[in-house]
Design a protein around this ligand. Structure first.
Ligand code: ATR
Length: 296
């Protein structure tokens, strides 16, 4: 078994012969760092399901061609990651409500000649918050840092769909937030939405009113990054979620831990979006403990 397959590999008759059980995959460009295979394989093995989950590197523009090959080979489905989430959506025959709401697909099911596009990131986030903090988004007023980015916007959309009682959107480039706030209210049923820049006072005020703070800025990826909000905005009653999981303890989480706040990182989002995709394909829940172990 190779670490990474290509479209040419799928087209090669030798592939079907050598890998008859490869029926699930993740596609992206590049794809070699994806942790999805070890996570899904662990759950498949644990359940005694004789399937293999592989990585396929697919160049931009080749998503449809890849799906054609997967359908020919009898694949059950695949995960889709950067940069293909929009292209994959365009290649689908049907979309789930989650895919429609988030405007992208990260999961495809090949069923009876149809391509069904789903998005497990939204449900995965909701599940992760519930598992990690023991409260659902329905009960939590949320401050989202970096809400103007791709990840932040998806998180905000899910908070609105889950019925968070108040959503505070912060972004360095504050102009990006108006259309997002409008869409949350008009299309996703958000109750109260406020927008703010990264001004210290505004962040402290919003944090005072929020129960959950989610960092979806890229700050925290590097050890010497500044915090995405002033430390004085944090308190022991907060739940702090960092979408970053590498490093596992970002400077934000370290400061929040010191204050006695409940903290968690993006690994649980990865895990629960994976679990949601698995159920979507196979119609059964995966063993989460096995999946978590698979992530190492
Ligand atoms: P993704 O789509 O993966 O979320 P992105 O679109 O690059 O990534 O978004 C990164 C987010 O981090 C954005 O909200 C960005 O703010 P801008 O919209 O103003 O660019 C935010 N971000 C990145 N570096 C930042 C910094 N030094 N301070 C504050 N916010 C930052």
């Amino acid at each position: 078994m190779k670490h990474v397959y290509t479209l040419a590999d799928l087209r090669d008759p030798a592939f079907a012969e050598a890998m008859p059980n490869a029926k699930l995959a993740v596609i992206g460009f590049p794809i070699k760092h994806s942790a999805s295979p070890q996570m899904h394989q662990a759950a498949l093995d644990e359940a005694g399901i004789d399937l293999q989950y592989i990585r396929v590197e697919v160049e931009p523009g080749d998503v449809d061609a890849c799906f054609v090959e997967m359908e020919r080979l009898g694949f059950i489905g695949c995960n889709v990651t950067v940069p293909h989430k929009l292209d994959a959506m365009a290649q689908c025959d049907e979309l789930t409500d989650d895919a429609k709401a988030l405007g992208a697909t990260n999961t495809i099911l090949f069923k009876e000649g149809k391509r069904i596009g789903h998005n497990s990131d939204g449900p995965g986030l909701a599940r992760a918050i519930f598992e990690d903090f023991g409260k659902s988004l329905t009960e939590l007023r949320v401050l989202i840092l970096g809400a103007g980015g791709g990840a932040g916007r998806a998180i905000a959309t899910q908070c609105a769909r889950e019925g968070s009682p108040a959503i505070y959107l912060s972004n360095r480039t504050v102009e990006k937030l108006e259309p997002i706030a409008k869409s949350l209210t008009e299309e996703h049923g958000a109750k109260l939405v406020y927008t703010l820049s990264t001004d210290e006072k505004d962040l402290i005020n919003a944090a005072n009113r929020a129960d959950l703070i989610i960092n979806s800025t890229s700050l925290g990826l590097h050890e010497d990054d500044i915090l995405p909000l002033p430390v004085t905005a944090l308190s022991a009653r907060h739940r702090i979620y960092d979408a970053v999981y590498n490093p596992p303890v970002t400077p934000l989480l370290a400061e929040a831990d010191k204050l006695g706040a409940k903290t968690s990182n993006g690994l649980s989002m990865l895990l629960h979006q994976g679990a949601n995709s698995y159920s979507f394909w196979l119609g059964q829940e995966p063993n989460i403990t096995a999946m978590r172990k698979g992530l190492g």
